[in-house]
Structure formats: C-alpha cells, structure tokens
Design a protein around this ligand. Sequence first.
Ligand code: SF4
Length: 282
Amino acid sequence: MKRLILTYNQNCNLSCDFCYINFHYEKIEDKTYEIIKRAISLNFDIITFGGGDAFSKKSFRDSCILAKENNLVTHVDTNGLSIKSNDFDFIKKYVDVIGISLDGIGEYHDDLRKSKNLFSKINSIIEHMESLNIKMKINTILTEKNKDSIYNLYIYLTKFKNIERWSIYQFFPLSVAKDYKDMFEISDENFDIILDFLNNESPHFKIEKFKFRDRVNGYIFCDEEGNVYTNSLEGEYIHLCSIFDYHVEEIISELKEFINPKTSNRYVSTQKKIYPKNGWKK
Ligand code: SF4
C-alpha cells in the first residue's frame, strides 16, 4: 500500500500553538489537481488530504473527486471549520475516511484550537453525519493542557454510533511545535496513565494510540506545489524531490516504508466507496 499525504503548507484557517506544520504564507500556485493526476499515474493507493482544513481550499473538492473517480482511497483530516451544509453529500460520495479534530469538550477544544465556538460547530457536524450514517474518525492530540478532558471526551464520543475510530496522538514536538514544547509536552508515563481507563472499556469504535517514541519514518508528504518530502525520526522534514520530476518513482522507492504499518489496517477495514463506472446517480 502506498499513501500520499497532501498537506496544504501555505496557511491554515486556525493557528494552534501545537501545530507542527511550518506554514510559509507565500503566494504560490496550487497544483493539487495535477498532483492527484500524478499520484494516480504513480500508483498510489491512498490520498490523505491533511494540513489543517482542506475544505477551505478551492482546489480540494475537484481533486478529491478525481482521486475517487480513479478508485483511490480518499482520506481527509480536517479541523472542520470550513465544512458547509452542502459538503455532507460530497463527503458521503467521495470521502472514504473523514477525520475530524477534537481535543476535548467545550472550552477545552476551543482553547486548544484558539477558536471560539469551534466545539459547538464540531458537535453539529458529528450529529449531522450521524443522521446521514457517515462513518467518521476522531483525531485527538493529547497534551498537558487537555489531559483532564480526555475521559469526558471519551464518554461524549460513545454517544455517536457513526464514530468508527478514535486516534489519539501524543503531542509531537515536530518542527515548529518544538517552540511550545514546555506548554504541551506530555510524558510517555502520563500518556499511559491518562489513557489507562480505556483498557477497561469496550466502546463500539476502534482506538489508535500514537506515542511520539513509536513514530516511524518514511511518511510520503507532498505540499500543494508538488514538493515531496518525508520525516526523520528526529522530527525533521527532509525534501526529496518534486512529484513532477522524471525520477520521482525511483526516489520514493528508496524509502523503507510507504505507509505507517500501524495505520494501514484503517484503509483495509474501511469500506471503500467504489466509484461506479457511470458516475454517482444524481
Ligand atoms: S488546525 Fe491543524 S494544521 Fe491548522 S494550525 Fe491547527 S494543528 Fe495546525
């Protein structure tokens, strides 16, 4: 399985202090659609649209449709801020895995994401998706700041039948997030203590716990200009080439992994929406 993680590195509609994307805020040409075409020809199996909120980017929806029409698994991780009412139909048809960030209940989430009323918006999105039977994944960053909200968050999530997976990430001091290490860093021991209660629970959703020390290298990232890069175990990004380069396949094939082995089962177990030959019925 080969996964390409497309990150919008220009900017994000939020400015979380624990963010590890080094946004450059420069004027650029967004080549996302061409990148997806290239990813299809390079035989990628999965496209993950990450980097804050793909729904806020003009290039996203058409690019996601193109990926789906070519039967790639489409995965979108989003902070949910720009999801509009007409996006639910789009998600149902074209997104195989939709991951929404939620780091706590009420003010815990709003404070961590520095966005007033964001929790309330996410709550409505989850409720709406449940009513449409759209399966979802919840992404939580566990830090020293929100550790006291995790149990309540768990209880909250158990209310929703459409939640399939809860991915909990230990705060990663990667790249620019290193500047806020003192505020957010949570030790391995505390990470285990906070999540210990889950060992006695059997919710209807799967739980993935990601510790910083269990990180792997070899993720394949591509920004919206086509720059391909990977991550080192030391928490740095390494530029590899452009996705439009002639030798890109050779360069990528030198990586040890094409996907984090711990995550591949999400795509196998997720019911893939096979794109019908004649398109979706209107
Ligand atoms: S929403 Fe995600 S990408 Fe955007 S600033 Fe926050 S952590 Fe970074």
